[in-house]
Structures are given as C-alpha cells and as structure tokens.
Write a protein that binds this ligand. Structure first.
Ligand SMILES: [Zn+2]
Ligand SMILES: [Zn+2]
Length: 207
C-alpha cells in the first residue's frame, strides 16, 4: 500500500496552507486508507485528525525535528515521547528513544546537491542513528541528493522512503512510500521501517 509519510497540516505547522479538514477531504478524494501527519514538534493536529477521521481511515502520528545535522521524522507508538519533541532540537540517541520508535532522515542534504562536502564519517554517524532515509522528498526534487540518499541506504542498511513534504493540497502523494504490508497504525509503520519493508516512490509526471 502507498502512504505519504511526510505531510504538514495547518495550524500544527505554521508553514502549511493545508487545513486538517482539507487534508481529510483530499484523502477521501484520492482514496487513501492510511495517512501520516508529521508536523514540526507538534502532535495537536494529529489528535484532531484522529478524532475527526471517518471510519476506516487510519491516521499515523509523526513529528519532524530540525537539528544541526538535518531534519528527522520520528514515528512512535509512545505519544508522550512524540509530544515531548520540539521543532528544533538534536535527535535523541537510540538509548533515549522508547521501543517501537523509528527515525527517518528527511530530505538529506536538502539544498546541498549530493551532500557536497560532507565526509563519509559524518554521513555514517548520522546514518547510524536512523532507521530509514528519504530517497524522494517532494520539496527537494534533486536527483543527485536522491542518488546519494539511496547509496547511504544501501551502505547502512536503511529503509528507503518517499514523502511529499506537502504543505499544500496539490502536492500530496507526489512522493510517497510503498509498504509491502498493510499498515493501519504506528506500531505497524514502525515495524515495517525497522524491517526495511518499504520502497521509495514518486508519482508519475502528468502529461
Ligand atoms: Zn524538513
Ligand atoms: Zn517537512
């Protein structure tokens, strides 16, 4: 199944122009059965989404954090942990994360094609602290960065994901992740990332 694993809603993410109501409507129009919301250091919109989702729609919470080493998407079954994360902070080390938590390196080296200048050691250091990496990100469509992300995934045994990083309705699903299993909750999403059972995908270009 296909899931957009990187989405920002308003008001949770101030940079987003997509309201919770619009997200739910688009989800229904596209025909999605599982959606994610990954706002910056915020889980309030998730709570509203979950409470207002129609029967049969599964909503999975995540949080995006921005650190000096880049941005990371944190998925967890532990809502208190997710709720404790700030928009800007260092990524908690593995020992500081609850079980059933998966971290995805979002848009690695965004705006820095191919990660120019980053040493292998530095990259390996970050890769060691994550479970997955975005090979495709809708906001940073950079072939060089995608190729580097894929090689980082291969060298470090990371799950490969795609996320639209949508802040607007019309970009939903432009990049997304394909899961080989049915995903209906955070535990299943985390397990699939941990088991590397994901494929990064992009929507086919129209016309
Ligand atoms: Zn980001
Ligand atoms: Zn984002």
């Amino acid at each position: 199944m296909r899931i957009d694993t990187h989405v920002h809603t308003s008001p949770g993410s101030r940079c987003s122009q997509m309201s919770i109501k619009e997200y739910l409507k688009a989800t229904n129009d596209i025909g999605l059965s599982t959606i994610c919301v990954t706002n910056h250091g915020e889980i309030g919109d998730y709570e509203i989404l979950r409470a207002s989702a129609p029967a049969g729609l599964h909503v999975i919470p995540g949080v995006e954090i921005s650190s000096p080493d880049g941005d990371f998407l944190v998925f967890s079954t532990d809502m208190a942990f997710l709720g404790s994360l700030n928009a800007v902070q260092a990524l908690p080390g593995r020992s500081a994360r609850p079980p059933d938590t998966a971290v995805v390196w979002a848009h690695p080296f965004a705006g820095n094609p191919g990660g120019a200048g980053a040493s292998k050691e530095y990259i390996r250091g970050i890769a060691g602290g994550v479970d997955g990496i975005e090979v495709f990100n809708g906001n940073w469509p950079d072939e060089e960065a995608s190729a580097l992300a894929r090689s980082i995934a291969h060298e470090n045994g990371l799950a490969e994901l795609g996320g639209s990083d949508s802040h607007r309705l019309d970009s939903l699903m432009r990049c997304h992740s394909i899961f080989t299993r049915k995903i209906t909750n955070a535990a299943e999403l985390v397990a699939a990332i941990m088991d590397r059972q994901t494929v990064a995908a992009r929507a086919l270009k129209k016309g």
